[in-house]
Design a binder for this molecule. Structure first.
Ligand code: F6R
Length: 591
């Protein structure tokens, strides 16, 4: 969702901001804007749609400016509504990430004071609140603080100030991080935006004001205006590779990378896991939590904790915590799954669980994210940058980590490592051109169908749900994942001649049920596709069959991969934007 970028240095700000915004594109946006200080003026260019490959830089020279990619919330997708927004006297511009939840009340109040609004975006309210402070004789910096304190919701604002040629920013919830280089400062919603320029970062916390002037930054606490010495806390970013390599799309690259990323995510030593294992052993209740794909990881990890470790683990969706809140105590452990570490629903849930005193253990992929800072302990998924909006490699990284934890709890750390490494090498030989062709051929047969059903049971139930989510996100086709057991209780009413049904089948205690369920839909005319262990390739109930990489205990991982590939090839056949599907944002930083 919305991306913020700021730069002060020696180089061409328009060009650097353009490059930074390009790298924030993956977060999802529908309009963009860049403001720079050109001599004695702020110049702004903005537009709807995608940021062009180049901007007309000849007319724009500057070494200071800000940029924004907007994901419309309040107000339509128009050039006027795109950020940054000018103050009336054009002495500053503001861009914002987040939602001002009390926007209407603030707007009404300002309108009663004769302020006129040109847009219907919440950001304009912030501009007017700052102007109101300045009108009262308060300087821009302090007016910004006082305006910011009136905002409800998770917001981050960035201001370009013409008079003092500086950038100001305040963060509360929406992510913000500083990049540091000699005489240059970068400010962005995530470090991917500037890591081609610098790998030195400084984290910014909620409730902090950043002042950047002449290549130097200062951080203040907005509650007491005290200077915070953060310069000594410069950190190095982990390697971030955003090259597509030989692949046409990030999605395919990221799918193939899973042969390595499941090992990266679990390269922890037993000693490093010990603090979490100790907490889990002493916990009264264990909860796992996440949203979307990370929510299905949470489901799968809770499954492993129950099935492998015999722990009574409960999976919660980040946006449905209400009924659990009164149950959570300081004796509980919450395992949080989040690729970005910035998902608003997840952060809000964790803040509430923290208030109850629960121990928070997070599994995060994005370095420097908010979740890492509010957790008692965190583990990096180390999957590298995941640029495709649809999550693939981070999902399998998360569940690999959950599997490792579950096995470690029963003293089988080494066995888990062996199983992960055996799957990793089997995946290496799984990703062949021939297999891709076979899956593409099956995907091509599905192009004209609209409604699809995926059935799974036991270790494959949540994979049916994740598989359906993956395909609907990129193909825009209606896929639903069900527990196979649910079929007779209602779902079967939907099956008619030609309905595509995908059954996930593993050589486990549920195989017979999966075969009977598939026969039941086949008897009603369904087109049946099996995904699973090779042993079932010749089962008569399947019209088509996709075999998976061999593994004893990690079938959830090997079985989800064909779904990721079907999603990819189906979207390709349909001509969809694979890496940036419509309406979706990579980092869902608003509720
Ligand atoms: C789907 C997908 C989303 C995210 C969800 C949570 O492919 O990526 O469903 O899993 O928005 O995001 P994170 O993991 O960043 O908390």
């Amino acid at each position: 969702m919305c991306g913020i970028f700021g730069y002060i240095g020696q180089d061409s700000a328009p060009s650097i901001i353009h490059k930074g915004l390009k790298r924030l594109e993956y977060r999802g946006y529908d309009s963009w804007g860049i403001s720079i200080i050109d001599k004695d003026k702020i110049r702004t260019i903005k537009d709807v749609g995608h940021l062009p490959e180049e901007i007309a830089q000849k007319k724009l020279f500057s070494t200071i400016g800000i940029g924004h990619t907007r994901w419309a919330t309040h107000g339509g997708i128009t050039v006027t509504n795109a950020h940054p927004h000018f103050s009336k006297d054009r002495s500053f511009v503001i861009a914002q990430n987040g939602i001002v939840e009390n926007y209407l009340e603030l707007k009404e109040e300002l309108e009663s004071k004769e302020y006129e609004f040109e847009t219907n975006v919440d950001t304009e309210v912030i501009v007017k609140l700052v102007e109101e402070g300045i009108k009262k004789g308060i300087n821009l910096r302090n007016s910004l603080i006082s305006a910011f304190k009136q905002l409800e919701g998770r917001n981050t604002v960035i201001v370009l100030d013409l008079k003092d040629k500086r950038i100001l920013a305040i963060r509360n919830g929406s992510p913000l991080i500083l990049g540091i280089k000699k005489d240059e400062i970068f400010l962005a919603s995530d470090p991917l935006a500037f890591n081609q320029f610098t790998t030195e970062i400084v984290e910014v916390n909620n409730g902090e004001l950043i002042e950047i002037e002449k290549g130097k930054f200062k951080i203040f606490d907005i509650d007491n205006n005290k200077y915070i010495d953060r310069e000594s806390k410069i950190e190095k970013l982990l390697d971030i590779d955003i090259d597509k390599g030989k692949y046409a799309h990030y999605m395919l690259k990221e799918i193939v990378q899973q042969q390595h990323t499941i090992l990266k995510a679990t390269e922890y030593t037993e000693k490093e896991l010990k603090p979490l294992i100790k907490q889990l052993n002493n916990a009264e209740n264990i909860y796992t939590i996440g949203a979307g794909t990370a929510g299905f990881s949470a489901d799968q990890i809770a499954y492993y904790l129950r099935k492998i470790s015999k722990k009574s683990a409960i999976s919660i969706k980040s946006y449905e915590t209400e009924s659990y809140l009164d149950l959570i105590t300081s004796k509980d452990v919450v395992i949080v799954l989040s690729q970005s570490g910035e998902t608003a629903d997840t952060l809000e849930a964790i803040e509430l669980f923290k208030e109850k005193g629960a121990y928070i253990a997070s599994v995060i992929n994005m370095p420097g994210s908010t979740l890492s800072r509010i957790s008692d302990i965190f583990f990096m998924s180390k999957a590298g940058s995941e640029i495709c909006v649809a999550s693939t490699k981070v999902f399998t990284s998360q569940i690999s980590f959950g599997y490792l934890i579950s096995k470690t709890l029963i003293g089988e750390f080494n066995e888990a490592k062996k199983e992960l490494s055996s799957l990793s090498s089997n995946l290496e030989s799984y990703f062949t051109k021939e297999r891709f062709k076979d899956i593409e051929n099956i995907a091509n047969k599905l192009v004209n169908k609209e409604h699809f059903f995926i059935l799974g049971k036991g270790q494959n139930f949540h994979i049916a749900q994740e598989g359906a989510l993956k395909i609907k996100e990129i193909s825009y086709k209606h896929f639903e994942g069900f527990a196979a057991g649910e079929l007779k209780h209602g779902v079967i009413a939907l099956i008619e001649k030609g309905s595509p049904v995908i059954s996930i089948i593993s050589n486990d205690m549920n195989r017979k049920d999966m075969i009977s369920a598939t026969y039941e839909v086949k008897a009603r005319g369904a087109l049946t596709i099996g995904i699973g262990d090779m042993d079932f390739e010749n089962e008569k109930c399947f019209d088509y069959f996709i075999d998976v990489a061999k593994t004893e205990e990690l079938k959830a991982i090997s079985n989800v991969i064909p779904f990721q590939l079907i999603s990819y090839f189906l979207a390709k056949a349909l001509g969809n934007n694979i890496d940036k599907p419509r309406n979706l944002a990579k980092s869902v930083t608003v509720k």
